[in-house]
Design a binder for this molecule. Structure first.
Ligand code: XMP
Length: 517
């Protein structure tokens, strides 16, 4: 394992992902973890992340020097680099030469573990106010920039390395190469973390844990639960029963993808609960977004509990006890960040469509260590349909929060058709993996005058909300090509009679959220 020590910037997760892209397993630990505890994890290497502080700030996190004498290879990045240089006797100064953004870097060392074989002039991503002005004893300076006289240091004997810039961001040329050189040449690690390994390891673990018990899993139609369930079914076969609650708020074709394609690809035994009527009547007359979310969440739990009770009874009839529940929890939801108080960063209001914590099952969470892109790779490895593996994020309350106004069967039908057209055109343009997601929102309580065919119409506007994002915490509106927007608009107004106007949402997040409700 490579430990990525999180000093509180947003870069630690990115570094961990890059290390895994180099096929070396990595985990994030908060900087507040005592060094002996880090070393007890027997890390093969340690990477110190960037952070928001100056090493001179009052609350600046420091580093226990024991980290550098344990014989574990270390790479310090940005703040991690400065803190390392200072701890080892180098000089960090406020030179007044701050550098932010793309910066020219010159490789100076003739022999360098990090830069060997790379061009001597690189454009790299910097973000620092202080600079290291003198390297600690025993280190060679191997790169420099205008604002960072000491921009990279190396000590092969001690296997300690540091760079001022951010090799993990895509704007740094050959950044991945430098991380890989640290891992493979500096730390002499083998690249053996692959999706095949993950699948085999998890299948083994799950099989052992489940024994002769029965397992239940809720499928939402999303990537995470689909991959988690497929892994568990690979491990225990018929001892898994999946429950799919069709609440009628999914998009066109999605229930069929679960009920038909997913089942064909995985062979899971699936229990489908058609709860469309129930959700519609619970939502009748409701227009307030928070109330909609509460109702959908509440109904979902009730329906699922009922279905789970049936699974328990059916399994019991075969003499099997249902002991486990599968959840598609991902690494970003469980990792302790070094930034705040060290609590998990779960977005509580996004748990709608989730399950209560007091279900009397033990949890199986086979994706707990994985990032989203790894989950997709595992899904492909397991042969899941690509419509499911590459599905964009979709909220638990589904189309219920994309109809502004009361949710009715007719309105759902209109929105489903319009949304299907937008999705089809986006994929035809090859953009659906590029944009983060594109909610299509029906302004059901708004009417607009139009002329369609020969007559005046009085229909509804629809909003396209394409966004680009890294993690949904912030987002920007996607600059889709005009001709693509034109195609979507033409098709929707021609093919969906009730819609006579297509509009584009050009608001970033913040201030707008991604969803309208
Ligand atoms: P917002 O609208 O808050 O959305 O910018 C951020 C991301 O979360 C998704 N989202 C949800 N996901 N249950 C979910 O599982 C929810 O209640 C929910 N609300 C929003 C949204 O699609 C976007 O990706």
């Amino acid at each position: 394992t490579v430990l990525v020590v999180d000093f509180g910037a947003q870069y630690a997760q990115l570094i961990a992902r890059r290390v895994r892209e180099a096929r070396v397993y990595s985990e994030i630990v908060p900087h507040s973890m005592p060094v002996p505890e880090m070393l007890a994890k027997r890390p093969a290497a340690i990477i110190l992340s960037g952070g928001p502080s100056s090493v001179y700030a009052d609350e600046a996190p420091s580093i226990d020097p024991a980290l550098f004498t344990a014989g574990v290879p270390v790479l310090g990045i940005c703040y991690g680099f400065q803190a390392m240089a200072q701890t080892l006797g180098g000089v960090v100064e406020k030179t007044g030469l701050a550098e932010f953004g793309a910066t020219p870097l010159t490789v100076t060392g003739t022999e360098s573990t990090l830069f060997d074989g790379l061009p001597t002039d690189l454009s790299v991503w910097m973000s620092h106010g202080d600079s290291v002005s003198a390297a600690p004893a025993g280190f060679t300076v191997t790169a420099t920039s205008a604002g960072a006289p000491v921009a990279a240091i190396e000590n092969d004997e001690a296997r300690l390395y540091g760079v001022q810039y951010h090799p993990e961001v895509m704007h740094s040329e050959h950044g991945q190469a430098i991380l890989e050189r640290f891992l493979k040449v500096g730390a002499k690690l083998a690249a053996n973390w692959t999706m095949v390994n993950i699948v085999e390891e998890q299948v083994e673990l799950i099989r052992e844990r489940v024994g002769d018990k029965h397992v239940i899993c809720g499928l939402s139609g999303g990537v995470d639960s689909a991959v988690a369930a497929a892994l568990v079914q690979r491990a225990v076969g018929d001892k898994l029963t999946c429950v799919f609650v069709d609440h009628g708020l999914l998009r066109k074709g999605e229930p069929e993808q679960v009920e038909r394609d997913y089942v064909a690809a995985t062979g899971v035994s699936l229990k489908v609960v058609d709860a469309q009527e129930r959700f519609l009547s619970a939502l009748a007359g409701v227009t307030d977004p928070e109330e909609k979310r509460k109702i959908i969440g509440r109904e979902f739990i009730r329906v699922f509990e009922q279905a789970a009770a049936e699974v328990v009874a059916e399994a019991g009839a075969h003499g099997e006890e249902v002991e486990f529940l599968v959840q598609g929890t991902l690494y970003p939801d469980v990792v302790e960040s070094g930034g705040g108080t060290g609590t998990a960063n779960i977005k509580s209001h996004h748990n709608v469509g989730g399950l209560p914590e007091d279900l009397q099952f033990k949890l199986i969470e086979p994706l707990r260590k994985l990032f989203k892109d790894e989950v997709r790779a595992v899904g492909e490895q397991l042969g899941l349909p690509s419509e499911i593996v590459w599905r964009q994020p979709f909220p638990g309350p589904g189309l219920g929060i994309r109809i502004i106004g009361e949710v009715t069967a007719d309105r759902l039908e209109i929105l489903r058709e319009a949304d299907a057209i937008a999705r089809e055109e986006l994929s035809r343009a090859g953009l659906d993996r590029e944009i983060w997601q594109c909610p299509v929102v029906l302004l059901a309580d708004v009417r607009s005058v139009g002329v369609q065919g020969d007559g005046r119409t009085y229909g509804h506007p629809i909003v396209l909300r394409p966004v680009s994002s890294e993690d949904a915490m912030t987002a920007d509106w996607s600059r889709l090509p005009y001709d693509l927007l034109a195609r979507i608009s033409n098709r929707i107004t021609n093919e969906v009679r009730e819609i006579n106007r297509v509009t584009l949402d050009v608001t970033s997040k913040p201030p707008g959220t991604i969803e309208w409700e």
